[in-house]
Design a binder for this molecule. Structure first.
Ligand SMILES: *Cc1c(COP(=O)(O)O)cnc(C)c1O
Length: 431
């Protein structure tokens, strides 16, 4: 397996456990989180695609049904009635989202969808001037992030050809080098208005050094935001302490919020009271006391909630609550990550032992640079066929052009046995 092992002295997954001598059955038997699998309804087969759509918590049915029942019995009064009043329902998600992202409660809110939130946050944090107008992204950014950044640049009267900087892996390498990202930021210097990078890269699974990127961005006077689609619920985050300016994420990947589920946004506390920040406004951002008097004077909620536009998608929020409760009960992302590191060590070991150089994982090898997702390339170039055979064998994973099979053992519901069975099946398919 390859990857940018730029610091050979650092921890690799295989060195952290006795994976080599432990069986899947033993690892499952001693796994304190093993019981959490029972909180989910999993499709038939081996579900290894929580990186794309997290599994369904059984409790989602119950919490969504509760809201359907409230709708049927209370009708419009559901907005104002009881502990679950819909007008305040988003607040039920805040503390858990803050814990997962390493934020203060006034810095996070569940709202909208991810790309919508990226746009809203760029309205606020991309403030180009003729001197400082550039946005730095990565060239392999998720297409939606590319489109969002480019259209924001055009919207402000600039040209992506001059104003968009894309950082690339080096020739012959798959993942980005931290030093290259930091150098690109320094090189852009006082022309750099904003950085928009992923916390975890969707294709390779690489975790970017968010704290270092934020610091370097601030050193040159830029604002720094992260797309946390693949990071949230997967790796530990400290958005507040890292001093990140803004972030957004979706909830349907590692947060198991359900298809198209309500997304989230973070704005650092230090920006919240700043009345100078441009912002698109809606009635859900104004204080709720005056909101229902239909006052047309905007009185911002003194938290990130002032970025809210519309009344909230309650059914989706109910589903997400069920999953956030499970994550809390499991001990939060720190506990999940602890198990994930054991799963990574086990998976690395089995892949190396069973498939040798027939399969390459292009994720970085160092633990601190990877989440639970693997990006597997079939060495003989036969990846698409292998993916199709995996599908026929009811292994749920995904194919990403040009040549990667993504699989993610998710510690909340995947067992060590899932990993072992997957490697067995893969071994039977790859020539
Ligand atoms: C999944 C994902 C998206 C999807 O955006 P939506 O607005 O939720 O459809 C965007 N960006 C990244 C990096 C993603 O991984």
């Amino acid at each position: 397996m390859t990857g940018n092992a730029s610091d050979a002295s650092s921890t690799t997954a295989a060195s952290t456990t006795t994976a080599a001598t432990t069986t899947a059955a033993e690892l499952d038997a001693s796994d304190p989180l093993a019981g959490f699998r029972d909180h989910f309804e999993l499709p038939e087969g081996i579900y290894l695609v929580g990186n794309s759509l997290g599994a369904m918590p059984k409790r989602a049915r119950e919490l969504v049904t509760t809201e359907l029942d409230r709708w049927s019995t209370l009708g419009v009064e559901g907005h104002f009635t009881g502990d679950l009043a819909w007008k305040d329902y988003h607040e039920l998600l805040t503390d858990q989202l803050a814990a997962i992202t390493g934020a203060r409660s006034d810095e996070v809110v569940a709202m909208n969808a991810l790309t919508v939130n990226l746009h809203l946050l760029m309205v606020s944090f991309y403030r180009p001037t003729p001197q400082r107008h550039k946005i730095l992204i990565e060239s392999h950014a998720f297409p939606s992030d590319h489109f969002a950044a480019e259209s924001q640049i055009r919207q402000r009267g600039f040209d992506p050809a001059d104003s968009l900087i894309c950082v690339d892996p080096r020739e012959g390498e798959e993942t980005l080098r931290a030093e290259d990202i930091l150098q690109a930021i320094s090189d852009a210097g006082d022309e750099l208005a904003m950085i928009l990078l992923p916390g975890v890269q969707y294709y390779t699974g690489q975790v970017l050094p968010m704290a270092d990127i934020t610091k370097r961005g601030h050193d040159v006077g830029a604002l720094v935001g992260f797309d946390l689609a693949h990071a949230v619920g997967n790796v530990e985050l400290s958005l507040h302490d890292w001093d990140v300016d803004f972030a957004a994420w979706c909830s349907y990947k590692y947060l198991n919020g359900g298809p198209g589920g309500v997304a989230g946004a973070f704005v650092h506390e230090r920006h919240i009271a700043d009345q100078e920040i441009p912002k698109f406004l809606g009635w859900w951002g104004t204080q709720s006391a005056s909101r229902f008097e239909m006052a047309t004077e905007f009185e911002p909620i003194p938290t990130v909630e002032s970025w809210q536009l519309s009344n909230a998608p309650i059914l989706s929020m109910a589903a997400l609550r069920s999953s956030l409760d499970i994550i809390s009960e499991a001990g939060g992302v720190a506990a999940l990550r602890k198990k994930s590191e054991l799963q990574i060590a086990f998976f690395d070991h089995l892949l190396g032992e069973t498939l040798g150089d027939r399969i390459t994982n292009i994720s970085p090898q160092r633990l601190e640079e990877r989440g639970c997702q693997y990006a597997l390339q079939v060495t003989n170039g036969d990846g698409k066929r292998v993916y199709e055979e995996l599908e026929k064998a009811r292994v749920l994973c995904d194919w990403r052009e040009p040549d990667v099979i993504r699989v993610a053992p998710v510690p909340l519901y995947n067992s060590f046995d899932d990993i072992e069975r997957f490697v067995d099946i893969l071994d039977g398919i790859v020539q």
